[in-house]
Ligand binder design. Structure first.
Ligand SMILES: Nc1nc2c(ncn2[C@@H]2O[C@H](COP(=O)(O)OP(=O)(O)O)[C@@H](O)[C@H]2O)c(=O)[nH]1
Ligand SMILES: [Mg+2]
Length: 431
């Protein structure tokens, strides 16, 4: 009996002492008190908004703070310093709204141009391309067009082309340093390399001009004085076709959807033309690991986690892209690194694999866009919409049997797979 009474007293004692310790700790700790006060104040404020009361009625501390901020803002506005009190997000929103190119009212254009590298003797092939692009797209928008050449354009070329485009046409001569051998290139070695590739029957293997062209399209077109004022471009070559109407502003779509690089056809490269391109890229990445984007699309260009290149690339005869990417530190350094290596001349590195490897490594994958709706032909391949609704909406005239996207030599299937894209219905009948 004596033991049972003392146990009960003991329990009571523990309870009383425990409570005292808890309360003394809680209320002697200033931080805890402040935290509780803040929490209560925030809850009061939320509750007040919920029931329609002014927060200051409930929490005088929050009210004072808000009042102080409001007075500061008003004062700054009076002094014309409104920018300084806006936060970054608000600034972005305002500049977006102010930018006329985002307006849905009126035909406001993006800061964009078509761009074509072309020779005088390609005039008629060029007129065919222009006719297609104008009929299917540009007659609705009148974007300007920049023509570039390593020789002076003739008067006939300029007059005929100017009459054919619906926007302004500008004609530029390429500066010699953008279309010649850099001093570190061993020209004898380059000539031997051309001879070898020609003997091996590689397409354009023996052509010196083709190499200057690929180097120019990789590293210089976006630096040409006529291109400097633009942000976006659509590359067009002679002898291409557009198979479908494009009724929306493709440039603005890219801009509004936060894209950087758009393509229509992807394909495997001839390995003999880029034997050392990937190893050179890996050396570059070792030196500049910071440029590899953590959300990149490396799985499009490599099947073994980056050990080797699978030869997939976006076919660069069509590109709708933002030149700020080529103008970025990452790409400039990459191009310079490749250029120093000499592979544009000692092999036959194409601008397509160079652009594609850069886009796949340095950009987050969601910045790259495949246009399923732009029916496109560059000899000998087609991007012909397989989706019935897209085909009909665009009044396309191509034969879906000739769509290249899912055929063996294309990389379209790979692109759809690595990006978890839904393939158009019946795609497997067009393999
Ligand atoms: N001005 C100029 N343009 C060229 C030259 N070689 C090729 N091009 C252009 O470069 C682009 C690619 O050349 P192309 O012959 O179509 O090569 P492919 O598409 O790889 O078969 C096209 O826009 C051509 O007009 C050249 O020597 N001078
Ligand atoms: Mg071509």
């Amino acid at each position: 009996m004596a033991i049972r009474v003392s146990k009960r007293i003991l329990r009571l004692l523990v309870l009383v002492v425990g409570s005292l310790v808890f309360f003394s700790l809680t209320f002697s700790n200033n931080e805890s008190v402040a935290a509780i006060n803040d929490y209560v104040s925030a809850q009061a404020s939320n509750m007040a908004q919920y029931v329609g009361l002014q927060p200051e009625v409930v929490s005088s501390k929050a009210a004072k703070e808000e009042e102080k901020q409001r007075m500061e803002a008003e004062k700054a506005q009076e002094e014309g310093k409104v920018d300084e009190v806006l936060d970054d997000e608000a600034k972005k929103l305002l500049s977006y709204a102010d930018d006329a190119s985002h307006s849905t009212v009126g035909p406001k254009l993006a800061n964009a141009t078509f761009v074509t590298l072309v020779r005088n003797h390609d005039l008629h092939a060029m007129l065919e391309s222009i006719k297609n692009v104008e009929e299917r797209f540009n007659s609705k928008f009148h974007y300007p067009w920049v023509f570039l050449n390593n020789e002076e354009f003739t008067k006939e070329f300029k007059d005929t082309i100017s009459a054919a485009v619906s926007g302004e046409a500008e004609f530029g001569l390429i500066p010699e340093e953008h279309w010649s051998y850099p001093e570190w290139i061993d020209q004898k070695k380059a000539a031997e390399a051309r001879k070898k590739l020609e003997e091996d029957g590689v397409i354009y293997g023996g052509l010196e001009s083709y190499r200057h062209m690929c180097r120019f399209e990789s590293g210089f077109f976006w630096r040409h004085p006529l291109m400097e004022k633009y942000e976006w471009y659509w590359r067009v070559e002679p002898d291409i076709k557009l198979h479908c109407d494009v009724d929306y502003d493709v440039f603005k779509w890219m801009e509004d959807n936060d894209k950087v690089y758009g393509f229509t056809i992807s394909i495997h490269e001839y390995k003999v033309t880029i034997e050392t391109l990937w190893d050179t890229t890996l050396e570059f990445l070792k030196e500049y690991p910071q440029y590899e984007n953590k959300d990149n699309m490396k799985d499009f260009i490599s099947d073994d986690g980056g050990k080797t290149y699978n030869l997939c690339h976006f076919w660069s005869n069509f590109e709708v892209a933002n030149m700020n990417f080529w103008r970025s530190d990452a790409y400039r350094k990459y191009f310079d690194y490749l250029d120093k290596n000499g592979g544009f001349f000692y092999e036959r590195w194409g601008d397509a694999p160079v652009h594609s490897i850069a886009a796949a490594l340095f950009l987050p994958r969601d910045k790259i866009h495949y246009f399923p709706d732009i029916g496109y032909y560059h000899p000998p391949y087609n991007n012909c919409p397989l989706d019935k609704a897209i085909f009909e909406k665009g009044k396309c005239t191509c034969d879906q049997e000739n769509d290249f996207t899912f055929q063996g030599y294309s990389c379209g299937n790979k692109y759809f797979e690595v990006n978890n894209l839904k393939k158009p219905e019946g795609w497997d009948q067009f393999q």
